[in-house]
Design a protein around this ligand. Structure first.
Ligand code: HEC
Ligand code: HEC
Length: 289
């Protein structure tokens, strides 16, 4: 082979001795830039093997002197996020709710926390969008049974309604039919009167007969004109929003048997900061006072 090496006449460069149909290959050196990139790549690869986990073994892999792992990175990120969260949560626990509500950053955090706690603890009764259902109040509107201020909402959540907690919100409407306080006829008349308060009565004569019964038996809780009383948890009867339905049969059933809906107390089950976040979230749904 060495014998075949010749100098190319035109360029003066030595040939490799390979020749195809009279075309000879010149033995030019590799370009410098190309070589440097090759060396740099080799150096980088070596350094990488040393610093980072790289070589697979039988049951494990080389760890690399930096000790870097994806798990460690994730753990660090989670720890940092938790630290940030707990700073928010501590602030929310320490501050009065009105102040939290005035701090846009805290409020955003509280609303997000409230929404997720709502999904876990409340949605099964109040619906995932808090729109409620028969017997379970809609928390999006401004029709409040027990009040829609931040403090009222918080108290409702904390102690519940007719719950087992000693400080529960409690007011039992008499079961006018079951306990024979009113006759069936009287219940019919007072039901017509209740419907007349929201302009949905069908029997004006009965509604008129029901008026004195209402003043006597019902106004103490529901108000003279059925405007309701959030102190007593007595729903407004003069609007078209009904907790237990607004058909004549529903209203008669409410009066005859009383509903006495139960909402559990959350104190002891949820911590303070979570209860506050829930109150802020519900208050923000649109109907907060
Ligand atoms: C087991 C069913 C149930 C669960 C779970 C439940 N609630 Fe209730 N909630 C009710 C009922 C029933 C009422 C209405 C009681 C009444 O006044 O007749 C109510 C009423 C309320 C009210 C008062 C509404 C008003 O108009 O004054 C608020 C606020 C409320 N719930 C928030 C929550 C929050 C927040 C949670 C979750 C932490 C929750 N509820 C979980 C059944 C439930
Ligand atoms: C001691 C207070 C009290 C008295 C008196 C009272 N109520 Fe009620 N009423 C309530 C409470 C509290 C509720 C809330 C529902 C529940 O029990 O869960 C209610 C609910 C109702 C509802 C259902 C409202 C809805 O949105 O579905 C109707 C209707 C009603 N009352 C009618 C009457 C009538 C009519 C009388 C008189 C004959 C009367 N109430 C007397 C406290 C009272």
């Amino acid at each position: 082979m060495a014998d075949d090496r010749q100098k190319d006449d035109i360029t003066g460069v030595e040939t490799t001795g390979h020749e195809w149909d009279g075309i000879r290959e010149l033995n030019n050196p590799l370009p410098r830039w190309w070589l440097y990139i090759l060396y740099a790549s080799c150096a980088f690869a070596l350094l990488y093997w040393v610093l980072y986990p790289s070589w697979p073994g039988v049951s494990d892999h080389s760890k690399g002197v930096l000790g870097w792992t994806r798990h460690a990175t994730l753990d660090a990120e989670i720890t940092a996020a938790k630290a940030k969260q707990s700073a928010y949560v501590e602030k929310i626990a320490a501050l009065p709710m009105a102040e939290v509500a005035n701090d846009p950053e805290l409020l955003t955090f509280a609303n997000a926390g409230g929404r997720s706690a709502f999904g876990l603890n409340c949605a099964q009764c109040h619906g995932s969008g808090a729109a409620g259902g028969k017997g379970y109040p809609n928390l999006n509107d401004d029709d409040w049974v027990w009040g829609g201020t931040l403090d009222a909402i918080e108290a409702t959540i904390r102690y519940g309604i007719r719950s087992a907690h000693p400080e529960t919100r409690q007011n039992d409407m008499p079961a006018f039919g079951v306990d024979e306080i009113l006759t069936a006829e009287q219940i019919n008349d007072v039901a017509e009167h209740v419907l007349a308060l929201s302009q949905s009565a069908t029997d004006p004569a009965a509604a008129e007969r029901g008026a004195p019964l209402f003043a006597e038996q019902c106004a103490a809780c529901h108000g003279e004109r059925g405007e309701g009383n959030t102190e007593l948890g007595a729903p407004k009867l003069s609007d078209a929003l009904w907790l237990y339905g607004g058909d004549k049969a529903d209203v008669v059933a409410s009066i005859a048997a009383a509903r006495r809906g139960v909402m559990p107390a959350w104190i002891g089950r949820l911590d303070d900061a979570t209860i506050k976040q829930l109150a802020l979230y519900i208050h923000s749904l649109g109907g907060g006072e």
